[in-house]
Design a protein around this ligand. Structure first.
Ligand code: XMP
Length: 304
């Protein structure tokens, strides 16, 4: 485990020395890695840091507002792009195509902001396991949204490159980020879009967002890697004596060390029943709730 105090001092010095009197840009997602990086860079270069938050409309409830609350005092560029993302996803059912559209759109927006602000440096929250995974060819983490950035920077700075996730969480606490960020579960770049099987519509996003909030609330105290809701299809139900053709919500709650393999956690029957009743009771469009008990492999953690 690193000496947190020394790490913070060294990271701030490194950013200062590299950026000098230039400007740096960082994609801020609200996850622990990019939040820590943003705070360190802000301490190093103040208003010459441009954190960019893109509201894709595919975030969890309260996320964009939370960002403004925590990072609003900075030179934050908040890009409202909900309609752009939803329009681009209209009619698209293929999972890979959905990911590609989201990644490309994100990069285009990010490049636009970098150019507008004449940023010379790119700061990224890449952590040690990301580097290892990229080398193994498992995932390409060394870029924003899965796509390389064409815009030319003088340098790319990765202050967290030697840290593991738990060390990043320690740094987050040390520099005073709220617990909700220090402890935040991983959340995929393409957001709720990969938790909706098939076409993404504004209605489905709203349904899965509300269901996610309920699952997160109910499983708050459980030891887990991730827990969330996914919208997996439609089924018949009876609500108020009327037959409805509603959505099926799957509860996904897994334990894992690194996300490479995972196992559903044990949840008592009464708790599962409570979650099912809350989701169907509080979200009129949902007619059925299931609990996904498939480990990874063969299933992945996310649905798409
Ligand atoms: P899967 O679904 O492949 O997910 O079992 C493994 C872990 O990776 C997260 N995940 C992503 N993270 N961008 C990310 O930054 C992505 O596109 C992405 N897809 C999956 C997932 O939440 C899980 O923790």
């Amino acid at each position: 485990m690193v000496n947190v105090e020394k790490f913070v001092e060294d990271a701030i010095n490194e950013i200062k020395e590299k950026v000098k009197d230039g400007k740096a840009i960082i994609a801020l997602s609200g996850g622990v890695d990019s939040s820590v990086c943003t705070m360190l860079a802000y301490k190093a270069i103040g208003d010459r840091l441009i954190p960019v938050f893109v509201d894709t409309g595919l975030m969890r409830e309260g996320e964009p507002e939370g960002i403004k609350e925590i990072f609003g005092k900075m030179n934050l560029v908040f890009v409202e792009a909900k309609d752009e993302f939803l329009n681009a996803l209209k009619g698209v059912e293929d999972p890979e195509k959905k990911r590609k559209i989201i990644g490309e759109l994100f990069v285009r927006i990010f490049e636009r902001v970098a150019k507008e602000h004449k940023a010379d440096y790119l700061i990224q929250g890449t952590i040690y396991p990301d580097i290892i995974e990229s080398q193994g060819g498992i995932k390409s983490h060394h870029n924003v949204g899965g796509f390389p950035i064409q815009y030319k920077f003088k340098d790319v700075i990765e202050p967290l490159r030697e840290l593991y996730k738990d060390e990043v969480r320690d740094v987050a606490r040390y520099i005073g980020l709220p617990e909700e960020i220090a402890e935040r579960m991983p959340f995929p770049g393409p957001g709720l879009a990969v938790r909706i099987v098939g076409e993404v519509t504004p209605e489905k996003v709203e349904v899965v967002r509300k269901a996610t909030k309920i699952v997160e609330e109910e499983l708050k105290e459980y030891e887990k890697w991730q827990c969330f809701a996914a919208l997996v299809g439609k089924a018949t139900g009876v609500k108020g004596d009327i037959r409805v053709w509603g959505y099926i919500i799957a509860i996904r709650a897994v334990g894992s060390r690194d996300g490479m393999t995972a196992d559903p956690i044990h949840i008592e029957y009464e708790k599962l029943r409570k979650i099912a009743l809350r989701i169907t009771g509080e979200i009129p469009e949902v007619s059925r709730v299931v609990y996904d008990i498939t480990p990874k492999p063969p299933a992945t953690i996310e649905y798409e």
